[in-house]
Design a protein around this ligand. Structure first.
Ligand SMILES: Nc1ncnc2c1ncn2[C@@H]1O[C@H](COP(=O)(O)OP(=O)(O)OP(=O)(O)O)[C@@H](O)[C@H]1O
Ligand SMILES: [Mg+2]
Length: 402
């Protein structure tokens, strides 16, 4: 105890040795990436020409949330930059979170800014105030002056409000915008429908190679957590914690983010309960927090109508808790009511059906075909997989923050 005797703050951490390993933006080193050897090898193959300063393929990575898409894209880009340097090629990569930079101008600005070394180029990339075409011009100059090859990761690419930037970037070479620098685009999305709504020309240039990342199984999740268990002090994790967390995180689909979040929260709960160890019971509480977080993240940047549709299903699930699933037309009725309350027009039944499909792909809901007998034919029922209270809570706070 120090001389002041002030006990308000905890002075030493008896749970975490290196908590950073479990933090959201932590990029794990090679040895801690588990179960993605094939995917990483395939990505490497697609961008391989870049180490000789030649054009890498443009690629699109698809997969459900928490399947390691962002991680593997960054990992492969870092390694490529390193190996290219060894080959005497100046390479760099830029990472754009399109949920945040969702307009063409913002995205180009972010890329140009992150790529620009203003001392070397004598080019300025202000935060705002330039026209989109000027940002592009400066980007091309920045790239040509500094690099032989660059990779541009457009994460959550479906959140961009239009496809123009994909067109510009994926065709910059052909269109003669760049003379010295080669460019490769890595698009990432967890929306299954994304490609369907893409312009044909964009599709053909962006989707030269496509990769689908499958969800992890409980064993892989266990290994992923085990590989980071040195985040905790020796002996603090009770042996049942990781298997339990893996089983819970694999329930809807194997989501590594959820697994790691559960582990971190379980540690924090142990801390706030002044428990000597992380116990299995904490894992259950931790899961609730992780689910809320995950859901919040999933709907981040989604359109209001996409949220109204979910809200409609949550309202039905809360009011009619004895029913398992709800037909599209019933959801549509509640959805129309919500739109009225929000003072918004309604989308067509067909669009609402598409939005439900997107939610199903993300495992927020589950769809099943039902047979209504000969008079009715078959129809689809939708069931919320997330806890309806969690959905309500997060949707309400999203509306309030807008
Ligand atoms: N194979 C793996 N080995 C170790 N850690 C992993 C692995 N896959 C994912 N993770 C970790 O799980 C978390 C989620 O992974 P990531 O962000 O890459 O998911 P994602 O597929 O991009 O999901 P989303 O579609 O929600 O963006 C990250 O903290 C990441 O470090
Ligand atoms: Mg991601």
């Amino acid at each position: 105890m120090s001389s002041s005797g002030d006990d308000l703050f905890t002075r030493d951490d008896h749970i975490f040795e290196n908590k950073e390993l479990l933090e959201i933006n932590h990029l794990p080193e090679e040895g801690r990436i588990v179960g993605r050897d094939d995917e990483i090898a395939d990505l490497a193959n697609a961008v391989n020409p870049a180490i000789f300063g030649q054009s890498p393929s443009n690629l699109l990575i698809y997969g459900k949330t928490g399947t390691g898409k962002s991680l593997c894209a960054k990992h492969i880009s870092e390694r490529l930059v390193r190996v290219a340097k060894e080959e005497g090629v100046t390479a760099e990569f830029a990472y754009v979170d399109c949920a945040q930079d969702n307009t063409e101008t913002q995205a180009v600005q972010t890329i140009a800014h992150s790529m620009n070394n203003s001392e070397a180029t004598d080019i300025k990339i202000p935060d705002k105030g330039l026209s989109t075409s000027t940002y592009y011009k400066r980007l091309w100059q920045v790239l040509d002056k500094q690099y032989g090859v660059v990779l541009i990761i457009l994460d959550e690419v479906d959140k961009l409000d239009d496809d123009d930037i994909l067109m510009q970037l994926s065709r910059a070479g052909e269109a003669g915008k760049l003379t010295d620098c080669k460019i490769g685009v890595i698009g990432i999305s967890n929306k299954i429908k994304y490609k369907d709504r893409m312009d044909e020309r964009v599709k053909s240039s962006l989707c030269e190679r496509e990769f689908v990342f499958p969800p992890y199984d409980a064993n892989q999740l266990r290994d992923i957590m085990q590989a980071r268990s040195d985040a905790f002090k020796d002996g603090v994790l009770e042996p049942s914690v990781i298997p339990r967390a893996a089983a819970l995180a694999a329930r809807e689909h194997g989501d590594a983010r959820k697994a790691i979040d559960i582990l971190r929260y379980a540690g924090e709960i142990a801390q706030s309960n002044s428990s000597e160890t992380v116990r299995e019971e904490f894992v259950v509480q931790a899961r609730e927090r992780a689910e809320t977080d995950r859901f919040r993240e999933l709907i981040r940047g989604s359109t209001p109508h996409s949220r109204y549709v979910l809200q409609a299903l949550a309202v039905l699930s809360l009011n009619e808790s004895d029913e398992d699933g709800f037909r599209t037309t019933r959801i549509f009725d509640v959805y129309e009511e919500i739109c009225r309350q929000e003072g918004s027009d309604t989308l067509s039944l067909r669009r609402v059906r598409d939005l439900l499909k997107e939610h199903a792909f993300l495992d927020i809901i589950e769809q099943s075909r039902q047979s209504g007998g000969s008079a009715e034919g078959s129809y689809t029922e939708h069931q919320l997989l997330e806890d309806p209270d969690v959905v309500q809570k997060v949707l309400v706070e999203t509306v309030e923050s807008e």
